[in-house]
Ligand binder design. Structure first.
Ligand code: HEC
Length: 136
């Protein structure tokens, strides 16, 4: 992919992430500081992925893809107060994208990594969107 085209894609992704973080705030998080902190870790890790893509740092990409997958397997990820089949589906989409990103980074495939990152970001947005519908 030509450098300029890739740069434009990365910029577009920054916009997606930035736009998402401003709105991903809904009431449930208020009384649970620890979980809130955990949730914010996702954002920090996702930001590191963007850095990895922009700088073509495959080590950073692989490390953070693995970290995100691990986060998604933690107890804090489970939101038992929102019983929803969707949630399980969104979690597996998320994990699949994290695995794909790890593998593409391992193979030093920048286009594949970028695509997997996009899928991952999409899963953040979709899950949050569905949670927001449930929690006023
Ligand atoms: C399977 C569902 C799901 C996916 C996928 C998901 N999240 Fe979340 N996220 C949640 C839920 C649920 C909350 C709210 C938790 C609460 O209210 O305690 C949340 C909250 C957040 C918050 C707000 C924390 C705060 O300050 O209150 C951030 C930031 C966040 N997620 C980032 C991300 C990022 C970045 C991704 C993708 C890399 C992502 N999330 C993917 C379910 C998900």
């Amino acid at each position: 992919m030509p450098f300029l085209k890739r740069t434009r894609l990365v910029i577009a992704l920054v916009v997606v992430i930035t736009a998402g973080s401003g709105t991903a705030r809904w009431s449930m998080a208020q009384d649970d500081g620890k979980r809130k902190e955990f949730m914010r870790l996702k954002l920090e890790t996702a930001k590191a992925l963007l850095e990895g893509l922009a700088l073509e740092n495959y080590e950073l990409l692989e490390k953070n893809a693995i970290a995100l997958k691990k986060l998604s397997m933690g107890a804090e990820w489970e939101v038992l107060t929102i019983p929803s089949l969707d949630y399980v589906g969104f979690t597996s989409d998320f994990q699949r994208a994290a695995d794909e990103l790890r593998d593409k980074a391992k193979a030093k495939n920048i286009d594949g990594s970028t695509l997997a990152y996009t899928k991952l970001t999409q899963s953040c947005v979709k899950c949050h969107q569905s949670m927001r519908k449930r929690v006023p």
